[in-house]
Ligand binder design. Structure first.
Ligand code: DC
Length: 487
């Protein structure tokens, strides 16, 4: 809508690097949309300074600025244009509850703009989180061929989120306005420490600083509806009036950093993909299969039968399993033995499913895995990550491929590691046997979590799979809470 500032600058920079190639054409549209202002709102006074807008857009690298007239966007006037109705569930809370018709107006104009520009990627600021969620959903539901990229809120050095409306604030107002980012930042820190955030207290603190509170609410970040209790990942959003200026801000309340769970059968390419994805996103990488393999190695070394529950129970009691990460490689040490390579041998592979079905083994390893994920910021791969280890993971992927494809990949893998390997037919039946054992065992069997995204990787390159996971990550996890912001 114009009134460009550094927040918009960041959107332009993101658009440049999110392009399909390094010749991305970045179009900045500037259109003050009458449909999104209520009768008593500031449509007439909304900041209009095209000279400044053009300067900022070019400075940050826009290829072109499109400033359509009203009749270009709504030939025949807004009243004769088709309009979009945002579902009540997405607009009944937060700004939608106060600015009636606002999001219908936003959605309507965005469809018109997209239809004309036909971009590959639409870059939106996460600052207007409700708007971001609504537009992302609208584009998905209509099946429009455009990817949506969210960009974390950009703040001034004093913490105030950049907004076109900040220019209405005089010095005294601005000092008052800082209570908003301060309160929400404190709430986010409290949530990280496991404290329950008290909305009443936030409201009072804001009012005591001279701000008039329109709303302070905690909602589910995707459904935008109230949650019964403060869940492990919620949105805290607020709108205040500072003098005559309306300001909004938000944060995410999380008891830990995000977790990604990647499950799937043997040979689906989980390790390769998970390791590369972890590196790209700055997440820790946890290969839980390696832990079951390490226990299997120990059982085999001690000549214990995988069926001997008593002996396995004793062994698990004294188990000391260490996982050391070097970049995106892991070193596995079990009771002082470095077994990083030995656990990949065909003999361990042939026994591991039976060992992994033992309740004492599962209990010990699941506990250790949960402890490793306590503060989040990791991507874990295995069979039961999304169902048993991290059922609250923000993103769950079920990675799979046909048995023929998995046998083919397994044979290449064994060949590279220098092991003799059986025929593809034999490998296929071994894989089927392991799938059966993993998915029919009584404790934490291999199943797709109900809220997991299934990716069937036949015919997909490793890069394509990583790209698809990154896309899902972007959809589910606001950039603001990413470990390392990527653009
Ligand atoms: O992914 P992988 O092939 O390294 O896993 C080895 C075995 O460990 C696999 O057959 C099943 C088991 N496993 C499990 O039961 N639960 C996990 N979370 C990970 C692996």
């Amino acid at each position: 809508m114009g009134g460009l500032h550094h927040g918009h600058g960041q959107l332009i920079k993101t658009a440049q690097s999110a392009g399909l190639n390094d010749q991305a054409v970045v179009i900045v549209s500037i259109f003050i949309n009458p449909l999104q202002f209520g009768p008593k709102e500031d449509f007439e006074n909304y900041p209009r300074d095209l000279e400044n807008d053009i300067e900022i857009a070019s400075k940050f690298g826009a290829s072109a600025i499109w400033i359509p007239s009203q009749s270009q966007v709504f030939p025949g006037g807004p009243d004769s244009s088709f309009t979009i109705q945002v579902p009540p569930g997405l607009k009944s809370k937060l700004c939608g509850s106060i600015r009636k018709g606002h999001f219908d107006g936003v959605a309507t104009v965005i469809i018109h703009l997209l239809r004309r520009v036909q971009p590959h990627i639409l870059v939106l600021g996460e600052k207007d989180w409700q708007q971001f969620v609504i537009l992302r959903e609208l584009i998905e539901v209509l099946g429009l061929p455009v990817k949506v990229r969210g960009v974390a809120t950009v703040r001034d050095i004093d913490g105030l989120a950049h907004s076109s409306r900040n220019q209405y604030l005089n010095e005294a107002d601005r000092a008052k306005a800082l209570a908003l980012p301060k309160e929400i930042t404190k709430a986010a820190q409290d949530a990280k420490k496991g404290k329950i955030v008290d909305l009443h207290q936030i409201r009072t603190s804001l009012e005591n600083k001279g701000l008039e509170v329109e709303y302070v609410e905690i909602v589910d970040p995707e459904k935008l509806q109230s949650t019964k209790s403060q869940q492990h990942f919620s949105l805290l959003a607020a709108a205040v009036r500072c003098g005559t200026t309306r300001l909004i801000d938000h944060t995410f309340l999380m008891s830990r950093n995000p977790i990604v769970a990647i499950d799937g059968p043997a040979g689906a390419g989980k390790s390769t993909v998970t390791r590369a994805f972890a590196k790209k996103m700055g997440l820790l990488y946890l290969d839980t299969g390696a832990m079951y393999r390490a226990v299997t190695w120990l059982i085999q070394k001690n000549k214990i039968s995988p069926k001997d529950q008593v002996a396995i129970g004793e062994l698990v009691k004294k188990l000391k399993l260490e996982i050391k990460s070097f970049g995106n490689n892991q070193q596995i040490i079990v009771n002082g033995n470095d077994v990083t390579n030995a656990i990949r041998s065909p003999i361990v592979t042939s026994l591991v499913s039976e060992v992994a079905a033992q309740s004492l083994v599962r209990k010990a390893l699941t506990e250790q895995q949960k402890a490793m994920g306590n503060s989040g910021g990791l991507v874990a791969e295995g069979r039961d990550i999304g169902t048993a280890v991290f059922p609250n993971a923000e993103l769950k992927i079920f990675l799979t491929a046909s048995t023929a494809e998995r046998a083919r990949r397994r044979s290449i893998d064994l060949k590279e590691k220098g092991y003799t390997f059986p025929t593809l037919n034999e490998l296929e039946s071994q894989i089927k046997e392991r799938d059966k054992m993993d998915s029919t065992r009584s404790i934490s069997p291999l199943v797709k979590a109900q809220d997991a995204n299934e990716l069937i990787t036949d015919g997909m390159s490793v890069e394509k799979v990583i790209e698809s996971i990154e896309e899902l990550f972007r959809m589910r996890i606001p950039e603001e809470v990413w470990p390392t912001p990527l653009h």
